[in-house]
Design a protein around this ligand. Structure first.
Ligand SMILES: [Mn+2]
Length: 540
């Protein structure tokens, strides 16, 4: 059957040419257009005016130099605040329309030392205000829309160590808000506004299970309201506006090229951390992405089956061998928004027949899920579709058996090979918020399905990862081979002979559109494309 057009490909080609610097890095384009090029929507075009590589540089512009994305904080956060305001006004009666008060991230130290890890702003604070510094607070008046920031008053002597200290007027221009005051003025400023209450964050992050605790009231007699803000602002973060998508698109353009740089740096014998380093170096030098979105996973051979390899106790420190696969799960961060991309490729440049079997099963899952995605589709159904394609591949190769694909699905054999969820929301956090809001379908208890970071129905504006994988993980498969029920569906000798493959994961970042998806990630996916890039072919 002729492949249907992969949604978003034409747009993905266009996006590589949108960022001049990246287009210069990735010369040429071997893409054959698969269909007519989609024209950008009007809202996307408007986003471009404020957020692009050639937008004018104003006092409120974030950028990292020539060729990097320029972001108008006034436009981006102004729109995000306006949308939150609209929803709060709809949800709150007149007498509850007080001030939203957010407490930004605080300065931290490495244990008892004076070492300070590079500060990364708390995501809700960044979302509404884009403040880069630590120890700030932000407020938004639900009645008037007035936006305020409160900055710490630093002693003049700090200028010796930190450079010239900027005052409230300078920061007001930088952040495009209505006013900036010092934190020590906050009680008086808030009392002066006489809000009926302060809306603060209070809730549980459904990915980490950790509680977001409300700050203390800065002014006695003004009550804290903890019941409204968290769910409303979290839902705002789930549905991205075009300006946010533009930043995630940029992080994908840079991150995709980082994967190509990593692939090109590899040959048998390379240390896993050298592959990690090639990725990080590209994203920083070519994209101004100072931080990775998360600790990269550069897992060779059987390490690829370890889902969170690369942690401190297993620091990507293995030397790769000839004939092995390397799984690189790495994304970059720009203006706190990020990408989360996984490629899997043979370090020697050619897939073995067994590696290809596993790779093609995962690729079929990814492609078919991306084709099926559109508003109204349940994410749990996409997870099941991925299992179906992976099990079909393994069945054809004789790795599983003893029943039909239906029976294998019913027996939860999919979860033995892909124990994680198909994907997660992406934005200001790698595992972005809003996966299980009140009233959404509950978390499943079935193996594999219970690891899903959301069970929601897709809506336009959601940015989500599509990351099917197939792993030969001894911690799961060895007990399953002893299990009287599960072992019935496993072909013992074949499973054991595939152990050396390790695993394959392919991860794209996509945005749900009105009619399907747009794929933001653009890396070689077919085995032929992968082998060509490993042999030095241009990409894209
Ligand atoms: Mn991911």
């Amino acid at each position: 059957m002729l492949l249907r057009q992969v949604p978003g490909l034409a747009t993905a080609v266009a996006q590589f040419h949108r960022y001049r610097l990246t287009a210069a890095v990735c010369r040429g384009s071997p893409f054959r257009p698969l269909g007519s090029r989609q024209s950008s929507s009007t809202s996307a075009a408007n986003a471009m005016a404020a957020i692009s590589t050639d937008a004018p540089i104003e006092a409120d512009t974030y950028h990292m130099g020539p060729g990097t994305l320029r972001i108008s904080r006034k436009v981006l956060h102004g729109k995000l605040r306006a949308r939150l305001l609209e929803r709060l006004q709809a949800a709150l009666p007149e007498e509850k329309r007080g001030l939203v008060l957010l407490e930004g991230g605080k300065e931290t130290h490495l244990y008892s030392s004076d070492g300070e890890p590079l500060f990364r702003q708390e995501s809700y604070m960044h979302y509404l205000f884009g403040v880069q510094e630590c120890d700030w607070l932000g407020a938004l008046c639900v009645k008037t829309g007035c936006s305020l920031l409160f900055m710490p008053r630093l002693p003049e002597s700090y200028a010796v160590w930190m450079g010239r200290l900027k005052g409230p007027e300078e920061f007001k221009a930088k952040y495009g808000v209505d006013a900036v005051h010092y934190v020590d003025e906050m009680p008086d400023v808030i009392r002066g506004m006489a809000p009926p209450c302060l809306h603060v964050l209070h809730g549980v992050n459904t990915d980490s299970g950790l509680t977001v605790s409300p700050p203390q009231s800065p002014a006695e007699n003004i009550p804290l309201e903890t019941g409204t803000l968290y769910d409303i602002i979290t839902e705002c973060r789930v549905i991205k506006i075009p300006e946010e998508i533009e930043i995630i698109r940029y992080a994908n353009v840079i991150g995709s090229a980082g994967h190509i740089a990593a692939m090109r740096s590899a040959k048998p014998g390379v240390m896993e951390y050298c592959v990690e380093s090639a990725f990080l170096h590209h994203c920083y030098t070519a994209g101004g992405c100072r931080s990775p979105m998360f600790t990269p996973i550069a897992a060779s051979g059987t390490n690829a089956a370890i889902l969170h390899y690369g942690h401190a106790g297993a620091p990507n420190d293995r030397q790769t061998g000839p004939g092995e696969l390397l799984l690189l799960d790495a994304g970059c961060e720009y203006y706190v928004y990020g990408s989360d991309i996984t490629t899997t490729w043979p370090v020697g440049g050619k897939f073995t027949p067994q590696q290809r079997v596993v790779y093609e099963a995962v690729l079929a899952a990814q492609r078919d899920v991306e084709r099926a995605m559109k508003p109204g589709v349940a994410w749990t159904d996409m997870h099941a579709l991925a299992y179906r394609r992976i099990l079909e591949g393994l069945l054809a190769a004789g790795v599983v058996g003893g029943g039909s694909v239906e029976e294998l699905l019913e027996a939860d054999i999919g979860g033995l090979f892909m124990p994680h969820g198909l994907g997660h929301f992406l934005g200001l956090n790698t595992h972005d918020v809003g996966g299980y809001p009140p009233g959404s379908p509950a978390r499943s208890s079935r193996p594999g399905f219970r690891s899903l970071r959301t069970s929601r129905v897709l809506q336009p504006g959601m940015v989500i990862t599509v990351e099917p994988g197939c792993y030969f993980n001894p911690a799961l498969l060895m007990p399953a081979l002893q299990d009287p029920v599960k072992s019935k569906y496993l072909v013992r000798d074949a499973v054991l002979s595939y152990m050396a493959v390790g695993g394959v994961r392919l991860e794209d970042n996509v945005v749900v559109t009105e009619s399907g998806i747009e794929r933001l990630t653009q890396v070689p996916r077919s085995p032929e494309e992968v082998e060509a890039v490993m042999a030095g072919a241009d990409w894209p």
